[in-house]
Design a protein around this ligand. Structure first.
Ligand SMILES: [Zn+2]
Ligand SMILES: [Zn+2]
Length: 206
């Protein structure tokens, strides 16, 4: 499996380009900003992007969505409970930034859905708390956690749609139960593993 991380935009968001080495099909997770940089990397990796998956609807994860969708024609998927955030500029207004409004999503996700990219298989795990429709994408020994879990950190729950108790419940019942050696690819900052977070994440009683 190819996993390429690009750090984009003013919030240093992680955009992941994930692909299957066998048939060069791929997906983009969280095209937050800098569409041209993302598209250039896709070309370098020689991937045919089939899906664009959004871990949640915050501006720093969707800023380049319109351009990436237009360039790749890939299917855009987001959890149903965050779909409304795509068309709203509410959070952008809070942070004083605007971005091209993306088209509506092609697929509304719910927990338990599968996402298949070539020979790669992922499961949608609904992890509300940072936003109502936040998801993690689990499969192939890794989990993409968006703004739910970071390297020695957790997402904030004070933005609209956030809920601290829900966030802790998502972390404890859906992520901390994963195998120790699961690699964690968060929405900001460096990679980690479930074991390292269970042991030392100060927000998880480590
Ligand atoms: Zn966020
Ligand atoms: Zn973020």
């Amino acid at each position: 499996m190819i996993v390429n991380k690009l750090v984009v935009g003013p919030f240093a968001s992680n955009c992941y380009i994930v692909g299957s080495e066998s048939n060069r099909q791929g997906m983009i997770i969280d095209p937050g900003d800098e569409a041209q940089k993302i598209l250039k990397k896709v070309e370098e990796l020689k991937l045919d992007i089939k899906s664009i998956i959004l871990t949640h609807g915050h501006i720093d994860h969707i800023g380049a969505l319109k351009e990436i969708k237009e360039a790749t024609k890939a299917q855009v998927a987001i959890h149903a409970d965050d779909a409304g955030l795509l068309q709203g500029q509410a959070l952008g207004a809070i942070f004083g930034i605007s971005y091209p409004t993306p088209p509506p999503p092609d697929r509304l996700l719910k927990g338990g859905d599968s996402i298949d990219i070539g020979a790669l298989h992922f499961l949608v795990v609904h992890t509300p708390g940072h936003t109502r429709g936040g998801i993690c994408l689990l499969g192939e020994g890794v989990v993409f956690t968006g703004d739910t879990l970071f390297n020695y950190g957790i997402g904030r729950s004070d933005l609209p749609g956030g809920n601290y108790n829900q966030l802790m419940n998502s972390l404890n019942t859906k992520l901390m139960v994963l195998p120790d050696n699961t690699i964690v690819y968060p929405g900001h900052g460096p990679d980690t593993t479930i074991e390292a977070e269970r042991r030392a994440n100060p927000f998880l009683g480590g």
